[in-house]
Design a protein around this ligand. Sequence first.
Ligand code: PMP
Length: 397
Amino acid sequence: MGDFYKDLSEELKKLQAQAAYREFRTVENHSDEWVIVGGRRLLNLCSNNYLGVANHPLLKDASVSAIHRYGSGATSSRLIAGNYELYEEAERAIAQFKNTEGALLFNSGYAANIGIIPAVAGRGDLILSDKLNHASIIDGILLSRADYIRYGHCNLTNLEEHLKRAPYRRKIIITDSVFSMDGDLAPLPELVALKERYGAILMIDEAHGGGVFGVNGRGLAEHYGVSERIDIIMGTLGKAFGCVGAYVVGKKVLIDYLKNKARSLIFTTGLPPSAVASINAALSVVQDEGWRRESVLHKAALVRDRLQRAGFNILNSQSQIVPFIVGDNGKALEFSHSLLKEGILAPAIRHPTVPKRTARIRLSIMATHRLRDLEWALERIEYTGREMGITGGGMLS
Ligand code: PMP
């Protein structure tokens, strides 16, 4: 036993030495564009609350009413006795919003991916997964026991080579729609063409596309006009929708199948009724308040443009997720600490979350950020970039 704890503590020391040690940060108010941490007011540039609805009165009222009516918990799996009318209402609303035959709720995006993927793929199948896919997709793939190839990031030639390979019962292509650490967009029309040419299945994760992209906020698939040609679309409700949970949409037979086969749905307590009520409210707010979508995309474009002109490497970001490369873990932490001193919360994303030497600051823009706050933050970022020699020019020579 003694050795066990010693081993754990050595592992932690290793992480510290690599500047990869992680700790919680306590936020003392609500999750809006300014947060209070350690008594200090900080501009929040790392929230997934892209549309700024997490604190919306309609979402909060819906949750409170549901607590009064149904209590605090679902009390069992939905397949036992934890399925209130509220849940089916949410699923109907999601299917209608996404214009699909059916929808199914999961407790989180992580739970959705580790439930859906092993349900639809197993031994004898091949999964082709973009190299930069989210960890929950990777974990779902590992649980599935299917053969697994990571194709080069958005690399269609590489993907096609793999699609041509050996006969498998089922070939499934899986990709994030908007990549969580790079903010770039999957080439969905080309992926759809490839999957059709090779008789493969296409699954996309709209965690960061849902609510933000598409004229109705249905996601990147709507933006590209290819929703109907994608077999499995999942997305989370904890980001642009400001709630918690996730959904999968598709044909009715897929939904019925997942109800029977997705272990992370079957063997878990349903979402609390309050969460589902706020999801219902969020679906209306996201559709009714289209200005939020326009605003976040507009502001993100301004931020990307400014950073690029200042000489930062923002990779191929085309979304509200705007990273800029700093280099090694230690340097990225130093950058983030400097910003924190100025009153800006923009954490470093480090290896192993991202490839070595591409540690970065990842900004996420919200519809409700004020332009003048963004302006101030950009000035401070530019200053720090020059001071640290990330963008040329040097300061105060
Ligand atoms: N997929 C992607 C692409 C994500 O970025 C995330 C969350 N970071 C998830 C799934 C997991 O979603 P959730 O937070 O709802 O578990």
